[in-house]
Design a protein around this ligand. Structure first.
Ligand code: SF4
Ligand code: SF4
Length: 370
């Protein structure tokens, strides 16, 4: 079992919390802590992924800095998450990409956008700067787009699946088919409703400052459902195109366009709000090594949506080629960074919440794997 500085710090912090237990009502972390007897790496990875960095326990803690215990639970959990994201990555050597995530994703975005400008302009020739009746499909065909993104999407889905399997095993959940599905659904419900972003008292997160607010929960919901609607729009469009011979592009009043537009608005407002909250944070509860990753992910979501909405409006103008290249470059960067950036947190939190729901019902302590 690994024993790193981050594991040691998380164990130190939670050992003090386990004696204190003042924050029991804030979130699942403190209740999960009481059901596990050992603060080893596996158990700490589980608790770290239950923490959503609301800051409530930091602001309420009598041992927070400047106390000599220097207790900062959210920062310790955030640092540990950063470490275990890398450990669960697939293939393993790619886990290094979680370090300096902001830097490499920024560099990648420049390269990928430039690559799409080059590829699209060469492939489209003079069509690159012409208006087309069939919108951006006059620049790149549906089949070209499906081939490029299908290939990358396949790898991304495999990498995410392998990481999720590794994480699931670490959570000691066993065979998913043997689980009590009522508890599984409880975990899914807690994840989808962002239950623990209510601060434990319905007033919301103490983030970005001590004053509780539901803003973070609402912006997070907009981001999540915005993403899901965009995903649904692409899926419905693909089924219509290949399954029912209803060829893209689609009119504005069609299901893919309606879903895509609503999703795009959610993905514009949600990440912008979360970025605003992050910039206004007054206490250092985030941990030092993951700030770039969070900001980069939110910016990618925001610009994916913004460029997508702009593309919708200019798709029958002479600007279609450049805007399409920009949009595809941003989307491709988002795709490539998904298994090696903040995107993974959704899967790990969901699994941790399922483990928590299952364990609460069993109500018996679980000792680590060692
Ligand atoms: S964060 Fe502080 S107040 Fe809360 S349980 Fe831990 S030691 Fe106690
Ligand atoms: S920061 Fe919030 S979610 Fe994380 S342990 Fe503290 S109270 Fe729980």
């Amino acid at each position: 079992m690994r024993l790193t500085d981050k594991v040691e710090e998380a164990a130190r912090v939670l050992t003090i919390c386990n004696a204190c237990r003042y924050c029991e009502g804030h979130c699942a972390v403190f209740q999960a802590m009481e059901l596990r007897l050992e603060f080893n790496a596996d158990n700490l990875d589980y608790m770290a992924n239950l923490c959503h960095n609301c800051g409530a326990c930091y602001h309420n803690c009598q041992y927070a800095p400047p106390h000599e215990f220097n207790l900062n639970v959210p920062a310790a959990m955030a640092e540990l998450r950063q470490e275990n994201y890398g450990i669960f990555a697939w293939p393993g050597f790619m886990g290094k990409l979680f370090a300096n995530n902001g830097l490499w994703v920024s560099l990648l975005s420049i390269l990928v956008i430039a690559g799409f400008f080059l590829m699209t302009s060469m492939k489209a020739g003079e069509n690159f700067m012409l208006a087309h009746e069939n919108g951006f499909y006059g620049v790149l065909s549906h089949n070209d787009l499906a081939a490029i993104f299908g290939l990358v999407g396949g790898f991304v889905a495999l990498a995410l699946l392998m990481s999720v399997i590794k994480f699931w095993k670490t959570m000691q959940l066993g065979n998913p088919l043997a689980l009590d599905w009522g508890r599984v659904l409880q975990g899914v419900k807690d994840a989808l409703t962002l239950k623990y972003l209510d601060g434990g008292n319905g007033q919301g997160c103490s983030y970005p400052n001590e004053t509780p607010s539901m803003a973070r929960r609402w912006f997070h919901q907009l981001t999540f459902w915005g993403f899901m609607l965009c995903f649904a729009a692409t899926s419905v469009g693909t089924v219509m195109h290949y399954g029912f011979a209803m060829e893209a592009p689609y009119d504005f009043i069609t299901l893919p366009k309606i879903l895509g537009t609503l999703g795009g608005l959610g993905l514009l407002i949600g990440p912008a709000g979360l970025l605003g909250i992050k910039v206004g944070a007054t206490a250092d509860v985030k941990g030092k090594s993951n700030k770039g990753m969070d900001v980069t992910f939110l910016m990618l979501l925001f610009f994916t949506s913004l460029s997508g909405l702009v593309l919708m409006f200019v798709s029958k103008t002479v600007y279609v080629g450049p805007v399409l290249s920009l949009h595809l470059g941003i989307v491709m960067t988002l795709f490539l960074s998904m298994p090696y950036g903040k995107f993974v947190h959704g899967f790990y939190r969901l699994i941790a919440l399922i483990a928590f729901a299952v364990e609460k019902q069993r109500h018996k302590p679980v000792v680590g794997t060692e």
